[in-house]
Design a protein around this ligand. Structure first.
Ligand SMILES: *Cc1c(COP(=O)(O)O)cnc(C)c1O
Length: 462
């Protein structure tokens, strides 16, 4: 399988190169040259597979340059860290199917992708005799999942910047109690934006970037999308034969729902994908009214979805535009100039054959957590509640709604308590964090200081 860029200006590369490249060097995103098709007979055979077996079946279609035994080993190790034997169990709660994606080490769905990406990086760096220093900024979720993905791995250091005392205490502990020598937490005396700005400037320092082999783990890496395709197939395999489903996906950067779109294009019987957003609703405005225009980011109770410009949306546009990279380039030029992308009637008709959408406000999110808990006893996290609210309101075509549960409710305990007035019991992994030794460097929001710190720590392990 070869990979090309949505912007059309790179020569085709193989899977291993695509993983190492991350963002395409022409500024676009990487996609497979063609989408593998899965026949109904093969789908039927997949119904009996375990999660790791299914992951191998799906991923090997796209990663044919890694020997089968090696790939199998990477996948097995990645999902051995999950606390549930089914990895992503499908739970029926009063007629609503909940796909629990939060049984990984940090209790959020990002583990599904980042556990695999960490192992892939280690494998590929060893093969190439190279090292990598991952640098990233986090407001909470991604940082801990990235750290859990690469802790203790050879030839990789990770530096994660978070705003000092501005993440939830649990999220900070999930990062700072990881004591592996290759993990470095930096608490910046400033905001999340300060952290992001510093990271951006370090990546723009091309000499530094090259000398220290800076790497990123953001959601545009192709391997992250690919790992997420698997659980759409897994959910379908757990339902009665002949089921047609609508997946409700709490959406921020469009990575998760794009994986569902790919599963559909591969041949999974998906009726529609329900794109659920919070008040940051540029994507639902797009689906419902063809209005793709930038707004201000607002803070909500589902912070991992507080995003305006979804980076993975470009991957979908490539297909919407009939795989025409010139059209993608023109659309992003228009966006940069005018703050919006216009769409034709025909394009919008296409979009609506594939997606439903909803935008769920804070009050509605909390009300959904409360009513769902009252009726079923099941506690939703605020991100998942956005999707469940959408599914209850919008899925009326007889298909089975499957709601992706993207985080464990205890990770967002304050919002949940606001909704149901009782604290969510802490799962053992989180309860154990309290009182553990931790390590974290507190620093001013100063790029040079962060740079010196990276040079010093990376130097020690060269
Ligand atoms: C990252 C995240 C999302 C959004 O996923 P995208 O792939 O960015 O659309 C939703 N919920 C939680 C809990 C997350 O951490």
């Amino acid at each position: 399988m070869k990979y090309i860029s949505t912007r059309g200006n790179i020569a085709p590369i193989n899977f291993k190169e695509a993983v190492m490249m991350g963002l395409a060097t022409d500024g676009g995103l990487l996609l497979p040259e063609s989408i593998p098709q899965v026949s109904p007979e093969t789908l039927k055979e997949w119904r009996t597979l375990s999660y790791p077996e299914l992951a191998f079946a799906v991923i090997s279609l796209y990663a044919d340059d890694i020997p089968a035994a090696d790939l199998r080993g990477l996948i097995d190790r990645s999902y051995a860290t999950f606390s549930h034997p089914e990895i992503t169990p499908l739970v029926a709660v009063n007629g609503v199917q909940i796909l629990e994606l939060f049984h990984g080490p940090t209790l959020a769905f990002k583990d599904v992708a980042l556990q695999l990406l960490g192992n892939l990086f280690e494998y590929l760096l060893k093969e190439r005799g190279e090292k990598m220093n991952i640098i990233g900024a986090t407001s909470g979720d991604t940082g801990s999942a990235a750290i859990a993905g690469v802790r203790g791995k050879e030839n990789i250091n990770i530096f994660i910047l978070h705003p000092h005392l501005k993440t939830s205490p649990i999220q900070a502990l999930q990062m700072t109690t990881v004591l592996d020598a290759n993990v470095h937490n930096i608490a910046v005396k400033g905001t999340f934006d300060d952290c992001q700005q510093i990271v951006k400037e370090l990546f723009n320092d091309l000499t530094f970037k090259k000398e220290y082999a800076l790497g990123a783990v953001n959601s545009i890496n192709w391997a992250r999308v690919l790992a997420q395709v698997v659980y759409y197939f897994y959910a379908w395999c757990r339902l009665p034969e002949g089921a047609e489903v609508t997946f409700a996906v709490p959406t921020g950067n469009f990575g998760d729902i794009f994986a569902g779109y790919l599963a559909k294009r591969m041949g999974l019987p998906v009726r529609k994908l329900l794109l659920a957003t919070n008040e940051n609703n540029i994507l639902s405005r797009f689906v419902e009214a063809g209005d793709y225009s930038l707004g201000q980011v607002v803070q909500t109770v589902s912070p991992s979805m507080d995003i305006q410009l979804a980076s993975n949306f470009e991957r979908y546009l490539f297909y919407l535009y009939g795989e025409d990279p010139a059209h993608v380039r023109a659309a992003f030029a228009t966006l940069a100039e005018t703050g919006r992308i216009p769409f034709t009637q025909e394009e919008m008709e296409q979009v609506r054959t594939e997606f439903l959408s909803c935008s769920v406000g804070e009050e509605q999110t909390l009300a959904t957590i409360a009513s769902f808990h009252k009726e079923t006893g099941y506690i939703l996290d605020p991100h998942t509640a956005v999707g469940v609210c959408g599914a209850l309101e919008k899925v009326k075509d007889g298909s089975i709604p499957v709601c992706l549960a993207t985080a464990h409710p205890a990770k967002f305990g304050d919002a949940v308590q606001q909704a149901i007035s009782t604290p969510t019991p802490l799962p053992p992994q989180l309860a154990a964090l309290e009182g553990l030794p931790s390590r974290c460097e507190v620093m001013d929001a100063d790029r040079s200081a962060v740079k010196r710190f990276v040079e010093e720590k990376a130097g020690q392990r060269h």
